[in-house]
Design a protein around this ligand. Sequence first.
Ligand code: UGA
Length: 457
Amino acid sequence: MKICVIGTGYVGLVGSAVFAEWGNDVVGVDNVKAKIDSINKGEMPIYEPGLPELVAKNIKAKRLKFTTDLKKSVKEAEVIFVCVGTPSSQSGAADLSAVWQVAKDIALALDGYKVVVIKSTVPVGTNEEVERIISENVPKGAKFDVVSCPEFLREGYSIYDSFNTDRTVIGSKSQKAINKVKSIYAHLNSHIVECDLRSSEMIKYASNAFLATKISFINEIAQICERAGADVKKVAEGMGFDKRIGRHFLNAGLGYGGSCFPKDVEALYRTSTDQAYDFRLLRGVMDVNEMQKNYFVNKVKKYFQGNLVGKTVACFGLAFKENTDDIRKSVSIEVVKLLRSEGAKQNAFDPVATKNAKRELGNVGIEYFDDPYLAVKNADALCILTEWKEFAELDYAKIGKLLKNKVVFDGRNLLEPKALRDLGFTYFGVGRESNGWSYLNKGNGIAQGGAIFKKKA
Ligand code: UGA
């Protein structure tokens, strides 16, 4: 099938390569020429495992090309996927200006019959508005249908997810258009949910909001575990075997970040208030997420008797999660900023996100390292901020010797507390046994952490 993909961000670039790999004839379009030039040279604008190889393979096979020429690409395609960004506007609602612009551009280029598929994450009612904009601008004789087909891939695993999706959601008024889009995904043998436009739009927001709710839920359980002396990792494991609950997205930590969850939870909350409904649960989800990073920084602060001025904290992880160089709404970056506002310096290490982080954090009070062992040398403490698995594989005996104080604040519960304790570390996890708390509780009346249900002597 001839496919045009508009927007070469995560969804569009990965989508273009994946559609081509499935045997379609694909053209990816973006209005940023420099981006198109670099993709054509094989340089990806994002770090995504497997993506450079997949793009190169399909360009070579002549199934995939990239251009800035939207008009020509739309004319040549049977199906047009819209994958442009929908960032948060100041009010918290999604900023849909790029979607409106592209709808108009597509309309002006239409001839014959085309299917326009909205993949961008857009609030309920947006697809109908796209339909209206195209109808108002389309040349005589051209016909089209609009389809909503939200994306569910995760950054860092997007190629794997594209081939192993749990479901594909296809919403439209037109069965003919649904069938056309269905034929692109049919070979995956995953569930296909056919529905109306509005339900499809809602499925995307409800899915992201539910996953964010799971994260905030387990983070609140972690708060209680920490006070009651239970281990949230074990609790999540025990809960997760129940198929109705599932183990995924029950990792307690610093909270969720990234370009999707914070924006989508807020946008769904905004949709609820626009419909004169107060989605109270989502307010709680956002509150907990905000609290989690402050709570973590307070732990570090308490360890240093409330004063971080002049301390150097080694920070492992700057991206919003593992396997990506994306720092948008990264909680790790926010933690670095909070530590900085307390007067601490940082020695930062991230396997791939340093370049992007430098743009956000600058060079004042922070040093960037390519080697984790150099980052911990003479630091007063180590904080693990992103769940990169390779952080767990480092030599902590060596790290212990390099640090000024053998103390680690594990914001992602990545390390084994006992192994660290055996090496003589003071270990703080999130919602799990932390010998750090007994250390603190010996001090000056620190109230939180293992203090409520202390075992009787
Ligand atoms: C998320 C969804 O998982 C995808 O299904 C969706 O397609 C995508 O948003 C989107 O809307 O485009 P992504 O933002 O790539 O994907 O990242 P996730 O893997 O979902 O992680 C989001 C955040 O939650 C990260 O900051 C991560 O550290 C945090 N997280 C995740 C936890 O704190 N605990 C967990 O158990 C899982």
